[in-house]
Write a protein that binds this ligand. Structure first.
Ligand code: AMP
Length: 512
């Protein structure tokens, strides 16, 4: 037992004895094979480059690049060298990047060559000393510079609480905050998931998620690395290409939209899934219909789990049937080591099945928001529970269901409306594929309920019929005052519906 808690060291200790075996195989673009030795050497060279820059302790390395194996190596190298990794969504534009760089003050920024002009301008203005480029075809100044460094490197020693990464929250509500995650947070969660999800020798992961987010960067990558498992690596999700490689894989992780897209392909069959062991979904709610259709088509029951940037994973449906069945529409049990409670508006613990705010505590929970002590204080209770902002309930068996986000809660004429409840009724109606219910300013009621509905292909439900149906099922104050049928809902890269955009779009609806 050592007092070193560097996550990289733990991941490297899990590499298989045969370092010449394939660790990552790229599945789109040129097919390339990276061995475990390649990961060790490349991360050493990159860590040595970072080490040569004379960066201060705790320096942030901000990265906005296309997904590539080299970008994953850069993440691992930052851990290895003992600095702090700060991934940025590739969709972020000037205003957003300026905010993140201004807020995090990274010493190093790595961007795609095509964005060097504007990103470097923002970075240099914010005092960043080093800006490198990294492209998804293994070119760019970062790798050119790293090529001059040794491929041997002793990982930095890290304490459990030392910061490993800052993840900016996806900002579907309010301004994005930087969640500070430590080596200990990430490692404890990765170890818990390794055993809870039954990772075993021979598992092969299909990696399709972006690596600027907790799901693809931590849950998927750490899972495979800590198990010494090969990854079949896609730079983006293409359902047909994924289906073609499924027979070689055993584990797949996706956001709900990816499951919907797999189901949209006739070639997605039981036969293609014959070697699969586990399909995992998270980051946004999985519709019960998708859960059922997937089971009917593939013979596999999707395991839904729940987590967030601030906490990594919190709950999961069981993998081991001895622990119970996987229940669609729920996010399963609190993971071992994670404490979870539901509190009502008066801050009293809720009874079983009663809806309230979800709070959590555990070794996986972050230390706070970067340079936002007031926000941090607001979102932790005095006894150290983190208020997730999610609204949900726990049943008598301990199974957790998410009902919505507290910021999405609509208060209309003094009555509380949980959007997820109204969405549930709408989604069950014939011709409705999905829906989003929001509150927008209303001169009489404070907020007015508005529904935005997407029709199923070939169906044309009318607002009048849907509203009429709703009126027969739920209290009048919950029935939307307006209902729109639209082609799609706005979603971010993780498949979350961006209700803030819908609220913005419809904010003037009830203006006098
Ligand atoms: P992020 O930090 O971007 O991962 O967003 C975390 C938020 O995503 C959580 O607070 C939840 O609101 C939502 N989320 C994650 N997983 C699930 C899930 N399985 N079901 C419903 N919401 C989820």
């Amino acid at each position: 037992m050592t007092d070193d808690h560097n996550l990289f060291t733990e991941l490297r200790n899990a590499f298989p004895a045969d370092l010449g075996a394939t660790a990552i195989e790229t599945a789109d673009g040129d097919r390339r094979f990276y061995t475990w030795r390649d990961i060790d050497r490349a991360t050493a060279m990159l860590a040595n480059l970072l080490g040569s820059l004379g960066l201060p302790a705790g320096a942030r390395v901000a990265v906005q690049t296309e997904k590539s194996v080299e970008a994953l190596m850069l993440y691992l190298a930052v851990l290895r060298a003992g600095f702090v990794y700060l991934p940025l969504n590739t969709a972020y534009q000037g205003g957003e990047v300026e905010y993140f760089i201004g807020n995090a003050e990274p010493s190093v920024v790595v961007c795609s060559g095509k964005n060097f002009g504007w990103v470097s301008k923002i970075a240099f203005r914010a005092g960043t000393a080093h800006v490198f480029t990294l492209n998804d075809d293994r070119t760019g100044s970062l790798l050119e510079r790293a090529a001059h460094h040794s491929d041997r490197h002793t990982p930095a020693r890290k304490a459990e609480g030392d910061m490993a990464a800052i993840l900016y929250t996806s900002g579907t509500t309010g301004r994005s905050k930087g969640a500070m995650l430590s080596h200990g947070n990430l490692l404890s969660n990765a170890l818990t998931l390794k055993s809870y999800w039954g990772w075993k020798p021979g598992d092969v992961l299909i990696h399709v998620l972006p690596i600027f987010h907790v799901h693809g960067l931590f849950v998927a990558s750490h899972g495979a690395l800590l198990n010494g498992s090969k990854m079949i690596w896609f730079s983006r999700f293409d359902p047909l290409a994924v289906i073609a490689r499924l027979p070689e894989a055993t584990v797949f992780m996706g956001v709900p939209t990816l499951y919907v897209r797999l189901l949209g392909e006739a070639g997605f069959t039981r036969e293609t899934c014959r070697n699969m062991r586990l399909f995992i979904s998270g980051s946004a709610p999985l519709l019960i219909e998708t859960f059922n259709d997937f089971r009917a088509r593939s013979g596999h029951t999707i395991l839904e789990r729940y987590g967030m940037s601030e906490t990594v994973m919190l709950t999961s449906n069981p993998c081991d049937p001895a622990l119970g069945e996987r229940r669609g529409g729920t996010v399963g049990f609190a993971l071992p080591g994670v404490q979870l409670r539901v509190m009502d508006d008066q801050r009293r613990p809720c009874a079983a099945d009663e809806i309230g705010g979800i709070e959590v505590r555990g070794p996986n929970v972050f230390a706070g928001y970067w340079r936002m002590p007031e926000k941090t204080a607001e979102e932790f209770t005095p006894d150290g529970w983190f208020k997730t902002g999610d609204v949900g309930k726990v049943d008598a068996q301990g199974v957790v269901t998410i009902v919505g986000r507290s910021k999405d809660l609509i208060i209309t004429g003094g009555y509380n409306v949980y959007p997820a409840e109204v969405e549930g009724y709408l989604n069950d109606m014939p011709g409705v594929a999905e829906s989003a219910v929001i509150g927008v300013p209303h001169p009489d009621f404070g907020e007015g309920v508005v529904a935005v509905v997407v029709a199923k292909p070939g169906a044309a439900p009318t607002p009048d019929v849907l509203m009429g149906e709703l009126k027969t099922r739920i209290a009048n104050f919950k029935v939307p005052k307006h209902l729109f049928v639209v082609p799609d809902l706005p979603r971010n890269a993780m498949g979350k519906v961006q209700k803030n955009l819908l609220r913005e779009q419809h904010k003037g609806l009830f203006a006098r």
